[in-house]
Design a protein around this ligand. Structure first.
Ligand SMILES: *Cc1c(COP(=O)(O)O)cnc(C)c1O
Length: 234
């Protein structure tokens, strides 16, 4: 995919966000576009950056650290959105601004302990498993209040909100159902945590449903960078 494609794709995605926001009576300024750049080389991130993109989402730690080094002179906001192994928390705590995929207290504790004190607190979303299927990642809605309370108490983290990756669904209605559940889960703990302001939901295939249900951060990969090729990965 060439540079011009990425700038064009980005502007199409931004246009789509604006259109959906107008349709669902939302302010587009309340929806942050996260460009999900896993498997994509640093040059393509730079093209997106040159087209005005600042927030990037990454899933694979080493791959992301390599790209961060190449792009160190750019004011990119780095979001870690992949599964977290607890022996990798230090590098995440040191090199990212946000982590969307926290689903265990042990990981949250380590991120807080390992966050360098000269940096601002690490922004955290708790990953919730909202599709009632056997996906490995994410806490249940029942587990949420307790984990939220524990994470909010950790000194070097700022609990910002919730993240989910729902099972794929074909219709807008079917897509909206689990996303509505995530929105309601956030609303249910907001009395206790009034600072929560983030619903990280919506990908290339369910962007409209996510905006309809109140997403404040959409994580878009394919629609910006094209299909991913995993065959070249180690
Ligand atoms: C890969 C990924 C995305 C982006 O998905 P697309 O369908 O390519 O837009 C979003 N969120 C998470 C957590 C991902 O792993």
């Amino acid at each position: 995919m060439t540079a011009s494609h990425i700038a064009r794709n980005l502007s199409e995605v931004r246009q789509q966000i604006d259109t959906c926001c107008a349709q669902y009576q939302r302010n587009s300024a309340d929806v942050t576009l996260l460009a999900v750049s896993k498997t994509k080389p640093a040059e393509l991130l730079k093209e997106a950056y040159d087209a005005g993109q600042r927030d990037f989402g990454e899933n694979y730690l080493q791959e992301s650290l390599d790209k961060q080094q190449e792009l160190a002179d750019l004011d990119i906001i780095w979001h870690f959105i992949g599964p977290i192994q607890s022996n990798k928390t230090r590098a995440i705590a040191e090199n990212f601004h946000w982590v969307h995929s926290v689903d265990r207290l042990k990981v949250a504790r380590r991120l807080s302990e390992q966050r360098p004190t000269e940096l601002p607190p690490l922004n955290i979303c708790l990953q919730v498993n909202i599709s009632a299927e056997e996906s490995k990642s994410g806490i249940t809605i029942d587990e949420l209040p307790e984990l939220a309370r524990e994470v909010a108490a950790l000194p070097n983290l700022t609990l910002r909100g919730l993240m989910a990756i729902p099972a794929p669904a074909d219709t807008l209605e079917a897509q909206r159902e689990p996303l509505a559940a995530l929105r309601q889960a956030l609303e249910a703990i907001k009395d206790e945590h009034p600072q929560l302001d983030t619903l990280s939901m919506g990908m290339s295939g369910d962007l409209e449903a996510a905006i309809a249900e109140g997403s404040t951060m959409v994580r878009i990969g394919t629609a910006i960078f094209g299909a991913r090729d995993y065959s070249k990965q180690a």
